[in-house]
Ligand binder design. Sequence first.
Ligand SMILES: [Cu+2]
Length: 332
Amino acid sequence: MKLFAAITLIFISPFYFSSAHEGPWTAARPDGHAPISVMGDHMHKMGEWMVSYRYMTMDMEGLLKESNSVTASSQLTGMTSMVPTKMTMDMHMFGTMYAISNKWTLMGMLNYLNNDMDMIMPMNMSMSMESSGIGDLKVAGLYDLAQWDDGRRMHLKLGLNLPTGSIDEKHTNGNTLGYGMQLGSGTYDFEPAITYLGQTENYSYGAQLGGILRLGENDQDYTLGNKFEAKLWGARKITDSLSASAKFDYSSQKEVDGEDKRMMKMMSPALSTTSQGREISTFGLGLNYYFQNGDLSGHRLAAEWEKPIDQKVNGVQLEIDSVWTLGWQYAW
Ligand SMILES: [Cu+2]
């Protein structure tokens, strides 16, 4: 973990040796947007629109008990009769941004999710479960806090998660699926963040601190854990259209508070409130491509690969193996 943090720092260290660029921060370069997995990283100029689509796929495989690997079969004890072995979460994210002034940019995002989970049971039997549908709707206002003449700026995000995603997803046998297979939080959540950006002639960097604060309980009498997240990234402009980035991300999410009474929590860690939430650090590598001229002027394509370098789950949970995010953005 320290090694990857060091790599990220080395990546952004050219800032300490090269002078910042003249004039204010600009979006008109490939690294004018953060690595594609970062949300709410940039603002727009008054009257500007942006639409975006992101595809994110997360692979989880193998079990962790806190930070130690354990076999699935070793967890089939007592009342526990179903243990997850593998999960894939695919997310399609549709976003839009509009700047109502130079101080405020509004954004909205709706996700479509597809979750697949494999479980093992005693006697080597296995089972697959699936859930898919619309997730929670997220709206946010980005407020410009400060802009300096040397390419640095800072903004605040005030986000709200609206519980449009289902928390009633069931297996084909009628049993309610576990917390991780549900499509929404079921609660209104406050999602604030603060972002600091900087640019030099050929480099850029950013830092974002954010969180998810659940407001109240959902209609099944539980609340997903609050989350804290810190991101630090640096990017190098390779050409006027292409940049490469490195990112370090730390997040921590608490276990579930309350309990969904439809789930038989003794049966599986997936149904247990104490086996939800984790602390994880990831390292990410990304590419941003920005079309500056021609018919595709204003379009952007980006890809990012993230790999955990350290993770500690609450209770017993699947280990996150890797995350890919691919995105398209168009501003006018
Ligand atoms: Cu935008």
